[in-house]
Design a protein around this ligand. Sequence first.
Ligand SMILES: CC(C)(COP(=O)(O)OP(=O)(O)OC[C@H]1O[C@@H](n2cnc3c(N)ncnc32)[C@H](O)[C@@H]1OP(=O)(O)O)[C@@H](O)C(=O)NCCC(=O)NCCS
Length: 161
Amino acid sequence: MIVVRPTTPDDQCWTSDTLRLGRGSTTVARLDVPVDAAVLPGFVAELGVRRAGLVTYVVGTDGVETVTLQSLARGQGVGRALFDRVHKMVLELRAPRLWLITANDNLLAIGFHQRWGMDLVRLVHNGVKRSPRAKPSIPGVAGNGIPSRHELEFDLALTVP
Ligand SMILES: CC(C)(COP(=O)(O)OP(=O)(O)OC[C@H]1O[C@@H](n2cnc3c(N)ncnc32)[C@H](O)[C@@H]1OP(=O)(O)O)[C@@H](O)C(=O)NCCC(=O)NCCS
């Protein structure tokens, strides 16, 4: 069974290690400003006794952005459970939208988010190259052979009564 809970100070070392292993760094450029994702609020997915996934987010006036999402147990519902939990929080906060940025080479994320229900709302051509989101840790060509060049923005607009 997957249990999702907010991150706590006890998760700090694991969070930093997980971000570094999965992304090469804990730093993510958000709205062109580098932020340390390791200190952002987040949720951890636990599968049995082990931590199996992490999502970090930022709550802004324009809605909630998921900054990082990582599953350490792919294809078992961890990613969905984490995203469902963020969505629940977005509804509780009555935030206007849930959104995220990914790159054109991230086919897993592009498929996952669309199947979940997110909509592709913007493409920034060559955005990965231009943006400080293009961290030194992001190689020019992804492991799947696709050049990492464009930023894709996905969102779910919510009706706030
Ligand atoms: C994108 C990512 C977070 C998805 O995580 P995940 O844990 O594999 O996601 P899920 O298991 O919830 O869903 C993936 C697939 O497994 C399927 N699945 C879910 N639970 C399942 C189960 N119990 N048994 C079999 N399949 C299952 C889902 O239907 C889904 O299938 P689909 O992709 O064909 O629709 C993961 O691939 C990842 O960490 N990628 C690297 C980091 C990244 O790119 N993050 C996104 C940045 S924007």
